[in-house]
Structures are given as structure tokens and as C-alpha cells.
Design a protein around this ligand. Structure first.
Ligand code: AP5
Length: 293
């Protein structure tokens, strides 16, 4: 299954991706998480992304696209993936379309998570993350004791809850504005391609998961297109050689041209060291010589 979860900040993309990932055994690819990890590691990419993230703006397309190209080529993404928070604008969506075509990994669906703005703000302001294991909680929408019911899986101690630096009031307002301006147009982009599914993402987390799964399982899966067989000139060449002597002169001339042209190409490629057959022949001759010695 290859899907995109599309929605504004706080709509539950991360929460639902995590649940889907466990059920479908496919990776969640979150550009937000990848960027936060880069910032935490102090890498060059992280240094470049930090200011935009803190201001609630989008990180430069080139940086995000480089990261996604690398991540989608990893082995675990061959079985499918959930894109969370990517693409975020038309440039990214078009680049993704080209990349998935090259990788022969067509999308199955883009699911838009619909949530009212007041609820988004309530969710974001209540979000807390464990500084050690990264688990996400919410002090406004779920019971506070949830974070106290089990110890942190990394330290074995109670969770150390922190607030994301971009979850403050001013940055949230900017993130919501950026969503409306840059990301919302993707709804139309994917609707035109017949990939868009929209679900109501309000209510209990488990209810939303159920709606999401229902939408996904109603979909016909898009099969990856078969690899195109390499065009061979051999049948044409063989047919040219098989021409009877009595074939019309023009036909014989044309056939001779085909044979000459393919032979010339082979010689030129072998000279440039690009023909595998040529290299094999050289190696075989070499080993035969060694054998004779
Ligand atoms: P990113 O991390 O992607 O943030 P976002 O899109 O703003 O989304 P959020 O993580 O805030 O929300 P979410 O929809 O995942 O909701 P969640 O499940 O956590 O991006 C951060 C920044 O990185 C961007 O601003 C940008 O600078 C940069 N960036 C990232 N991708 C980029 C890209 N492609 N290009 C350029 N820049 C990029 O839920 C939120 C809270 O609600 C949680 O506390 C959760 O517990 C709670 N909750 C979830 N569902 C429910 C429910 N049904 N009921 C009650 N509470 C719920």
C-alpha cells in the first residue's frame, strides 16, 4: 500500500500513520520527523532547516526532496509506505510524481484528514512528546494519566513530557496559514488524478483509524507496471539475413543496411568499452590464454 496522509497541522497524520504502520507493516515516512532528527543531530541539513521550522514556514524544497529521494529508495519502502507531511506544495507533489514513476511505485491513494480549525488548535496546544522515547501524548484531548500508566520504553522511568518548539501560538497560526496557501491546493491536484479520499478525522483516535481503514480497503490496489522488455534488434537482423536471394533488390539493399548499421554500432560500443558482450569476450579470451600457458 502506497499512500499519502494529507491534512493541516494537528489533524492526526502522525497519530494515524503510527497505527497504520503497525497494522500494514509498512514504514511511516514523516518529513517533519526526519527534519527534527536532522536538527537534533546538528547536521548541515538540520542547521539549514531549523529557522524555517521554528518560524512555521516550509523548509526549502531541494532539502526535503533530497531527503525523500533517499528515503524512498531504502529497502523497507519497496513493500509500500505512508507519507506523512509530504508533499506540502505543488513543486513537491510534481517531483514525487516523477520519482514514483521512475521507481515504478504508483500511489494507491491520498487521504485527506478533515478537522475543524478550533479542534486543530486545541490538539496542538495540548500535544506533549516524551523527550526520551518520542511517544506523543495530549494533555487536552486525552486523559493525563495515560502518560503515567506505563514507563518510558527507553529509560524505564516516567515519561519526560516536553512541548514541541513550533507548537506555540504564533508559530501554529503561521503553520495553519502556510497550509491554506501552499498545501490545500494539493487536494485538487490529487482529486484530478482520481486518488483523493476524504475522511472526517474528528472523534476518538480509534474511530478515525476505522474510517481510514474503511476508505483504504475499499480501494482497488494499483499494480506496479511491469518492467518493459529491452528492445532487441536481433529479430530484425536475423530476418534481414534470412532474405531469399531472389528478394527484390530494394528489399535486399535495405536488409544489408540494417546488418551493416548494427555491426557498426556494436564495434563502436565495444571500442568505448560499453558492450557487455564485448567485455565478456575479452575476459574469456584472456582466461583462455591463461589456460593455455
Ligand atoms: P510536521 O511535523 O509534519 O508537522 P505538521 O504537519 O504541522 O503536523 P503535526 O505534526 O503538527 O500534526 P499531525 O497531523 O501529525 O497530528 P498529530 O498526529 O501529531 O512538520 C513540522 C515542520 O517541519 C513544518 O512546519 C515545516 O517547517 C517542516 N516540514 C515538514 N515537512 C515538510 C515538507 N514536506 N516541506 C517543507 N517543510 C516541511 O496529532 C496532534 C495532537 O493531537 C497529538 O497530541 C495527538 O495525540 C492528538 N490527536 C490526534 N488525533 C486525535 C484525535 N482523533 N482526537 C484527539 N486528539 C488527537
Amino acid at each position: 500500500m502506497r499512500i499519502i496522509l494529507l491534512g493541516p497541522p494537528g489533524s492526526g497524520k502522525g497519530t494515524q500513520s503510527q497505527r497504520l504502520m503497525q497494522r500494514e507493516h509498512i514504514p511511516q515516512i514523516s518529513t517533519g520527523d526526519l527534519l527534527r532528527a536532522a536538527v537534533a543531530s546538528g547536521s548541515e541539513l538540520g542547521r539549514k532547516a531549523k529557522a524555517a521550522m521554528e518560524g512555521g514556514r516550509l523548509v526549502e524544497d531541494a532539502l526535503v526532496l533530497g531527503m525523500i529521494r533517499e528515503r524512498l529508495r531504502e529497502d523497507d519502502a519497496r513493500a509500500g509506505f505512508i507519507l506523512d507531511g509530504f508533499p506540502r506544495n505543488l513543486t513537491q507533489a510534481q517531483a514525487l510524481e516523477r520519482l514514483l514513476k521512475t521507481l515504478r511505485q504508483p500511489l494507491d491513494a491520498v487521504v485527506q484528514l478533515e478537522v475543524d480549525n478550533a479542534e486543530l488548535v486545541r490538539r496542538i496546544s495540548g500535544r506533549r512528546t516524551c523527550a526520551d522515547c518520542g511517544r506523543v501524548f495530549n494533555v487536552s484531548t486525552s486523559k493525563a494519566e495515560l502518560s503515567e500508566s506505563e514507563p518510558c520504553s527507553t529509560t524505564g522511568l516516567p515519561h519526560r513530557l516536553i512541548q514541541r518548539p513550533d507548537d506555540n501560538e504564533a508559530t501554529v497560526a503561521e503553520r495553519l496559514r502556510v497550509y491554506e496557501e501552499k498545501t490545500r491546493p494539493l487536494i485538487e491536484f490529487y482529486r484530478e488524478r482520481g486518488l483523493l479520499q476524504t475522511i472526517d478525522a474528528e472523534g476518538e483516535v480509534a474511530e478515525v483509524t476505522e474510517r481510514l481503514e474503511r476508505a483504504l480497503h475499499a480501494l482497488p490496489r494499483v499494480a506496479a507496471p511491469p518492467r518493459r522488455a529491452a528492445k532487441s534488434r536481433k529479430p530484425r537482423r536475423a530476418a534481414a539475413r534470412r532474405l531469399p536471394k531472389r528478394a527484390p533488390a530494394a528489399k535486399r539493399k535495405r536488409a544489408a543496411r540494417v546488418v551493416r548499421a548494427t555491426a557498426a554500432t556494436r564495434v563502436a560500443r565495444a571500442a568505448a568499452g560499453r558492450v557487455r558482450g564485448g567485455q565478456r569476450r575479452t575476459r574469456r579470451r584472456g582466461s583462455a590464454r591463461r589456460g593455455r600457458r
